[in-house]
Design a protein around this ligand. Structure first.
Ligand SMILES: C[S@@+](CC[C@H](N)C(=O)[O-])C[C@H]1O[C@@H](n2cnc3c(N)ncnc32)[C@H](O)[C@@H]1O
Length: 202
């Protein structure tokens, strides 16, 4: 153990990667609903392998270019990742119902890009509804929100409300955050889509 290890406690994004690695197996279907610079997509592409598939969505063509380049640099431009330039609220147009084992949202703006192009409460909540429809029973959802900027604070409250409704509707929900920080820290939400109850034989 390193003294003063800066990776401990883990940041939400690092924890989301670790949890994905414990959730996905080769051949699975996964979705990155905000592919940005491609780090999350790359991680998912590695985990599902050449027999799996990842749909990577972003509203900015520049983000898709970054992700395309990252995949090529890692020699994973073999068709396992489909890049979709769209708003994630339309996720249902590119991902089949009940097909995905893992869907992740790393909300906010593109690091190094235009901060005015950021995810927003209304479309994020629509996208989360679409994500639940696209998850297979038992599939997992990971959402990192960033309340440290003005739009992100509004969005974080909307995500919390959405999670509360999801929990009341039967999804198992958990939250991870670093408390006692100077400005509000990113929050990782985790949820699982319930499997239908087993039918009893007469
Ligand atoms: C924090 S970045 C994502 C980081 C990325 N997952 C990575 O690994 O580099 C947030 C991304 O969300 C995208 N975004 C914002 N609003 C969106 C929307 N309505 N639909 C899809 N993507 C959106 C932004 O363009 C930006 O690239």
């Amino acid at each position: 153990m390193e003294p003063d290890d800066p990776t401990w406690p883990p940041r939400p994004t690092a924890l989301a990667h670790w949890l994905a690695s414990r959730s996905l197996v080769a051949g699975d279907t996964a979705v990155d609903a905000t592919c940005g610079n491609g780090h999350d997509t790359l991680m998912l592409a590695r985990l599902v392998g050449p027999s799996g598939s990842v749909t990577a969505i972003d509203i900015q063509p520049a983000a898709l270019d970054m992700t395309r380049n990252a995949l090529a640099a890692a020699a994973m431009d073999d068709g396992r990742v489909r890049l979709v330039n769209d708003c994630h609220s339309r996720l249902g147009a590119s991902v089949a119902p009940e097909s995905a084992a893992w869907i992740m949202f790393n909300l906010g703006y593109l690091p190094g890009g235009d901060r005015a192009i950021t995810s927003r409460a209304v479309t994020t909540c629509r996208a989360l509804d679409a994500a639940v429809a696209a998850l297979r029973p038992g599939g997992r959802l990971a959402v990192t929100s960033y309340p440290g900027h003005a739009e992100g604070a509004l969005e974080a409250r909307a995500v919390e409300d959405w999670m509360s409704t999801a929990a009341a509707g039967g999804m198992r929900v958990a939250q991870y955050l670093q408390p006692f920080t100077r400005k509000p820290a990113p929050v990782l939400w985790l949820a699982a889509k319930p499997s239908p109850p087993m039918k009893h034989r007469p």
